[in-house]
Design a protein. Sequence first.
Length: 324
Amino acid sequence: MSEPAPDSLYVFDRRTVRRHRDRAAARAFAGDNPDFLHREVAERLVERLDEVRRDFARVLELGCHRGALTGLLAGRAGIETLLAADLSPACAALSSTGRQVVHGVAADEEALPFAPGVFGLVVSNLALHWVNDVPGTLIQIRRALKPDGLLLASFLGGGTLAELREALMAAELEIEGGASPRVSPFADVRDAGALLQRAGFALPVVDRDRITVSYDSAFDLMADLRAMAETNAVAERSARFSRRATLLRAAELYQERFGGSDGRITASFEVIYLTAWAPAAAQPQPLAPGSATGRLADALGTREIAAGDPARLEPPKRGTKRGS
C-alpha cells in the first residue's frame, strides 16, 4: 500500500489495520474466535434488513472480518452472489470458505475495485470506523449500487470505550507525564446523516445502540479487542510499547472508576447504523415548498395566528405564570 499524499486525511495506518485483521483471521483458523461484538451487531443489522421487503441478488459485504455477517447472509433467500470483501486477504478467504454463494475478495474500502451499478445491496459491519476518508468511501459505495440500491452499515461511534480511554489517559499522565492516542477516535452520530447526504444518498436514516459488556479486568477487555482486530491503529500513536507500570495503573483506575459491586468492570460500545438508498427516479420525493393543500391549524383543531399578530404578544392573564 502506498503512502498517502501529505495533504490527505490520514488518521489511521491502514497497513496496521490489515495486520491486525490478518492476525485475527489466523486465530480464527486455529479455532479461537471471540467475535461476540461483530456477531451481536451483525444480528442487529440483519434485523434491519428483514424490514426491507425486497430481494437482493448481488450483494457486497464491505469489511467482512471473520465472517460474522457473512454467515447470516449466505443462506438468505434471494441472494445469488455475495462478495465478502476485506482489506485482509486472510479475512476474505476465511469468510468465503465452505459457503457456496460467497466469493472472497481482497479489497480496500478506500479504493473499491467495482464497476458502477453492480450491487443491489452493500452491507458493512463494524468496518467504516477504520477508514480515513469516509465521505470518499461512501461516494464509491453509492456508485457501486444500482439505482434504488440499499446501503446498510454499522460502525463504532464516539461513546465507544470511553472508560478505557479515560483510564489509559489518566495512567499515562500519572506515570509518564504525558499522553498519546491509545484508543482510536470514533465518529459522532450527529455527522453521519450529513455524510450520507454529502455522498449523494437518498432517504438517509441514522440510529444508534449502546452495548455494555462486563469483564473481570481491563486486561481481559484489551485481550478481546486484540482478538477482534479492534485495537489502536492511529497513525500518530506512540511507537513505544506501553510500560508495564502504566498498564497496571490503568487497570487499577479502571476498576476504581468503573468497577461494579461484583468486582467486574464495564465497557461501552456505541454502535451507529446507517440506512440509505442510491437515488432513483421512482423514489418518494419531498413536496415543494408551498404545495400543501391543507392547513396545520385545521388538522390540530386550533386557531392560526400570523407572525406579527398582536395576539402573539398578549401578556398572560392575571394569576397565571409564563412557562420557562
